[in-house]
Design a protein around this ligand. Structure first.
Ligand SMILES: NC(=O)c1ccc[n+]([C@@H]2O[C@H](COP(=O)([O-])OP(=O)(O)OC[C@H]3O[C@@H](n4cnc5c(N)ncnc54)[C@H](O)[C@@H]3O)[C@@H](O)[C@H]2O)c1
Length: 239
């Protein structure tokens, strides 16, 4: 496999750090761009690539030839207080990353979200109607529209992650996964706190599976990766 020069935005965050470390382990050169808004350097033990403390939602220059961009940076906390800033930062950040990908003729894989399906029927399908329940989801749907328009012009793949859990999410506080919160309650000797009567279903995915899926989408040739990403689903977990 060719050694690629990869940029991981949001690479100090939960999912981004797992992706950056795996790309590094596979022998690729990795640059991380992160403003440390919700990410932390403690997620990057063992990372020996370049770290750029950078707000990608503001204009920036990166004068290095990049082969692959994995775009994870975003304001991710649905409870973030400033709706306008969340829309601006997530969308303008994506615009800058698209420009960078075009300039480098680099493939771009970005994180969308299952939040777009709202409280719609399960198991959720790509084809079902979107139901926007948060500004966060609105910003991500806007990103998907931007990506759709570029589909014939560049190599771009968006992945709608569901509820991700696993190592690296401890810095997310309240925005960490339900699994993480239940785990902590049980570790403290408390009963796990389920709402209503515990009959609800939620689709969870382990972060290492998200990493594998993201890297696979990044490394497959265009035609294959889009079909594969569209059809790829893990079985729904019942709770
Ligand atoms: N965790 C999940 O369950 C989940 C589900 C669906 C989609 N996603 C998406 O996956 C991506 C990663 O999520 P996560 O859970 O790792 O979140 P996270 O908050 O841990 O990571 C986001 C990272 O982006 C950085 N960042 C934010 N704004 C930035 C900016 N303007 N410039 C540079 N860096 C910036 C943060 O500091 C952080 O390190 C996000 O785009 C998120 O929307 C996550």
């Amino acid at each position: 496999m060719n050694k690629l020069k990869c940029l991981v935005t949001g690479g100090a965050g939960f999912i981004g750090s797992n992706i950056a470390l795996e790309l590094q382990a596979k022998g690729h050169e990795v640059i991380i761009a992160d403003n440390l808004m919700s990410g932390a350097m403690s997620n990057l033990k063992g990372f020996n690539g370049e770290f750029l403390k950078l707000d990608i939602s503001r204009p920036f220059e990166l004068n290095q030839k990049i082969d692959l961009i994995i775009h994870q940076a975003a304001i991710t906390d649905p409870r973030f207080k400033d709706d306008d800033e969340m829309m601006r930062a997530n969308i303008e950040g994506f615009e800058h990353i698209i420009e960078l990908a075009k300039k480098n003729d680099a493939k771009l894989v970005y994180a969308s979200t299952a939040n777009l399906y709202g409280n719609g029927p399960v198991p959720m399908k790509e084809s079902q109607e979107k139901e926007l329940i948060s500004v966060y989801g609105k910003s991500k749907l806007e990103m998907d529209f931007m990506a759709e328009k570029l589909f014939d012009k560049m190599q771009i793949v968006g992945l709608r992650y569901f509820n991700v859990f696993g190592p690296g999410e401890q810095n997310k506080g309240k925005a960490a996964s339900m699994i993480y919160h239940l785990y902590n309650q049980m570790k403290e000797g408390k009963n796990p706190r389920l709402f209503k009567h515990g009959e609800q279903k939620r689709d969870h995915i382990y972060v290492k599976d998200v990493v594998a899926a993201t890297i696979k989408a990044a490394l497959l040739p265009k035609a294959e990766s889009t079909t594969w990403a569209r059809d790829w689903q893990l079985p729904l977990m019942n709770w």
